[in-house]
Write a protein that binds this ligand. Sequence first.
Ligand code: ADP
Ligand code: ADP
Length: 228
Amino acid sequence: MITFKNATKNYQDGTTAVDSVSFEIKKGEFFVLIGPSGCGKTTTLKMINRLTPLSEGTIFIDGKKISDYNIDELRWNIGYVLQQIALFPHMTIEENISIVPELKKWNKADIHNRVTELLEMVGLEPATYRSRKPSELSGGEQQRVGVIRALAADPDIILMDEPFSALDPISREKLQNDMIHLQKTIKKTIVFVTHDMQEAIKLADRICLMKDGRVVQMGTPNEIIENP
Ligand code: ADP
Ligand code: ADP
């Protein structure tokens, strides 16, 4: 469980990006942060893995303050997927996916099997894809690899920042369907940022609507549709 308690971010130039927000994200929940550009979604997301230090307030993960976690321990337990595909171009797909498992000193056979399993989960034939370089994959395929790389070492939490918004509509829909299928299988806590309400309604267990750094509405997709 992730608990925000009066979490606030004032950037150095005086911008209050996130203004004393308090809410809880339950274990295993698909939680979507939505709102107009600049409302503080990315800042809220990056607070969780300490990419953005809080100015005031606290975030707890499983009852422990994020500031009390060892930073490596915290980050290894939190997968992170960005809009820009950030695969290492000189590394194969297998090497890209293996980065965190290797840091965690998994043995080679376990890593190999894990890569196979993950590629299969998103419909990329392992024998073909494991040895390819990122440049040999389409945009949609690279983004799939970005998603499974974040899952590789079995983190409890996955943060996703507009992960599909750079894709063409068809790839985007495929990846959304992949996510629905994946979430049924892995049942992780997912915090997902988007500005696309259709996407939010399709994927979310709960939607958190932000405006000007504050939470203005929170509810299931049905509740949000019924009280717009
Ligand atoms: P969103 O993800 O909803 O588009 P952000 O969290 O990226 O919103 O930004 C929230 C506000 O904080 C915006 O006004 C943005 O310009 C500002 N902001 C974001 N990052 C920084 C930064 N590094 N320094 C100063 N202001 C920032
Ligand atoms: P998209 O229309 O999604 O951008 P592409 O036309 O880039 O797809 O790629 C179509 C297929 O060709 C994909 O399955 C991809 O893996 C494969 N492919 C693309 N570029 C290369 C390459 N340089 N070498 C080998 N296979 C490639």
